[in-house]
Design a protein around this ligand. Sequence first.
Ligand code: FES
Length: 222
Amino acid sequence: MTDLAHGKPATGTAPSSDHAPASRRDFLTIAGSAIAAVGAVCVAWPLLDTMNPAKDTLAAGAPVDIDLTHVQPGQQIVVLWRSTPIFVVNRTPDLLKVLQDPKDVALLSDPDSTVMQQPAYATNWHRSIQPGYSVLVGICTHLGCIPSYMPQPNSVNPGWLGGYFCPCHGSRYDLAGRVYSGVPAPYNLPVPPYHFLNKTMVRIGENPPDGGDYDLNSVVQI
Ligand code: FES
């Protein structure tokens, strides 16, 4: 399950179509429609309206704050930051177990994240600050489509361990955004700068106080 969320400026959510192939430009159109639909969505999720940031604030690249208490175990939300989709997943112990499964690792092109696609504080087996939450740029490193969140085993093909599937040309990533070998996408999904304000609030677009000066523009490829 994926929801499109708009974080509050340095303090997001409407539903998106999950599995249709979409480029980054298509996504922006989807996002615009989702914003227009907020009134209807509020019935299901009253927080949506209060968490919508001003569009010009987002476009300016201001950090956005996300309340993780509304992200259910196993759920993904999509947050807009700098007009870029950011995937935030509440990873359960079962989902995390896959990331260290030798069967998963054997499928990956860069399992140890040696290519500069993430900050130093997310250069680890789970590519995040806290294993339980992933924060990834939701843009395929092949040609910029939006990968689909497919956490269920066998949901893409028999033997699928769970991860992201890009329907445009078939690239695959695991649930840490690590790209499979032998697919069109050359690199892992980037990790944006982010940090935790407390146990349940994450700020996207800003490094931790001791996290250096990592900038998303420094990655090899978005
Ligand atoms: S854009 Fe994702 S596989 Fe080509």
